[in-house]
Each structure stands twice: as C-alpha cells, then as structure tokens.
Ligand binder design. Sequence first.
Ligand code: NDP
Length: 278
Amino acid sequence: MTMIDQYAVFGHPITHSKSPRIHAFFARQTGQLLHYFAQDVAADGFVAAADGFFAEGGRGLNCTVPLKELAWEYADHLTERARLARAVNTLAVESDGRVSGDNTDGIGLVIDLTENHHLELAGKRILILGAGGACRGIIAPLLERQPELMMIANRTPAKADAIVEDFAGLGRLDSGDFTQLAGQQFDVIINATSASLSGQLPPLPGNLLAKHGYCYDLAYSNRPTAFVAWGRQNQAEKSLDGLGMLVEQAAEAFAIWRGIRPATKAVIETLNSERDAN
Ligand code: NDP
C-alpha cells in the first residue's frame, strides 16, 4: 500500500487556520500527492504530539502560536535565519531522520512586499511596531534587503533593545518605545504587534508615514484591521494586511518539504475574493 506523505500545522487555537486549504491548493497545482491537516496542540502537549507525528512517518510540520519557540528547541538543527529568530514555523524530516527547523515568516513577508506589491526596500527607513516572535522572524530577511535603517518600537522597550543587541552587525538598527517616534518619519511601517487581534492600535504620532509610504499589518482579517485603517487615513500608497505573507511563508515551507515552489498569485486572489464576499 502506498502511504500518502503527511504534513500538519500544530497550534492553539487552530480551528480557523487557512493552512490546510493553502497546502491543498499547492499540492493540486504542483501535482504532489500529500495530506496536510490542522491539529490543536497546546504548549504543554507539543513535544509528545510532535514525537508521535514523526514516529508515524509525518514528513513536515508547521508550528504557529504558541509553539514557535518550542519548535525552535525541538529541532535537531536550525537554519541561520531560524537560529537568529529564536522561533521555528517549519520542521522537516531529513534523509538521515533528523528534524530541521526553519523560519519562513520573514522571507514570506519580504516576497509579499517586494514581488507581489513591487516595493523596493533598499535605502528605505523601516519602522517595526512590536518586539515579539513575529518581529524576530522578519528582521534578518528585511535587513538583507539593505534598508537605510530599521527602528523597532515596542510597548515594553527592553524587548526591542534586546532584539537590537541580538541582531547587531546585520544592519543599522535602533529601538525605543512609542513616545520616541515623535518627529520621525518612515517609508515602511510594519505592525508586528498583536494589538490588531483585539481591534487596538499602538499609540502612533501624526506625520509618521512618509509620502508614498507603505503600511503592512502582519495580522489579517476579513475586515481592514485597525492598523490597515490607520494606514489608509494616513494616505499610505498601500496599506496591506498579512494574508499575502501567510501564503508566501506557506509556499516557502512547501518548497522546503517538496523541492518545488508553488505559484502563489491564484491562491492569494482566491482567499482575497472569499473575504471580499464576507
Ligand atoms: P507575540 O505575542 O510574540 O508579541 C506580541 C507583540 O505585540 C509584543 O511586542 C507586545 O508588546 C505587542 N502588543 C500586544 N498588544 C499590544 C497593544 N495593545 N499595544 C501595543 N503593543 C501590543 O506575538 P507574535 O509576534 O507571534 O505575533 C504578532 C502578530 O503577527 C500577530 O497578530 C500574529 O497573528 C501576526 N503574524 C502573522 C503572520 C502571517 O503569516 N501573516 C506570521 C506570524 C505572525 P509587549 O512586548 O509590550 O507585550
């Protein structure tokens, strides 16, 4: 009997995850035979669930909130970007049976910004709001595009300071709390706080976004998030949410597992048209 390769996303909560549909699209499009499912796994059950999944022949796992740091500890070895991020969203079984850990969130964001939305990051002033796991995942891939500088502003500034220390040497980085943003302007503002999930917005001064600037909320929703709405009010050239990033990080994970990168445009269009209809 031929066993179909098994993949899954673990997280808590997980019921609304779009990942099984995204990977089913990719599998159909690339003619790959695989099964991808979502499983509700809380932090205290992660190691047992991952051990069980791989013992039964599972080939690859995505990990989402609140498991990315645990997946980082679980991996037998890490890519450099995952090591720096201290968070793993993609685990893969290698030919020798060891489990590798990668973080495709940052490259997913960069591809969405630069390829899907034609934004040149080189020479730009970038502001990141928030200093949690998602912020750590996007810093190195953004710095690779050689922005002029990157500022990390967080409600708890010590967390932003620690990130600047960890990534020192990769580019020009600065940190502070939201009050330190007064009088500054940025070409790209990325919301990596989880404030949008509760309809909130970090306290942002007026005039923060430069002319023709971009706003990007890592969170996504059927309705414009509070930060996407803020970007529109502040005349952003584009004010986007994280749906494109979600699809692009999934395409990168699929490429790690299957050796082929699926096309993403039709998948993003389908998911976008579904939420327009809601
Ligand atoms: P964490 O819990 O690790 O970090 C949350 C961050 O948000 C912290 O910096 C926290 O500040 C800040 N924060 C929370 N509430 C507020 C508020 N009311 N005002 C100001 N700051 C606030 O979350 P993650 O980093 O894992 O996730 C952040 C966001 O990114 C989530 O919305 C998540 O859904 C999204 N995401 C999207 C992805 C995609 O593919 N599109 C991929 C990964 C994440 P403090 O340190 O002071 O507590």
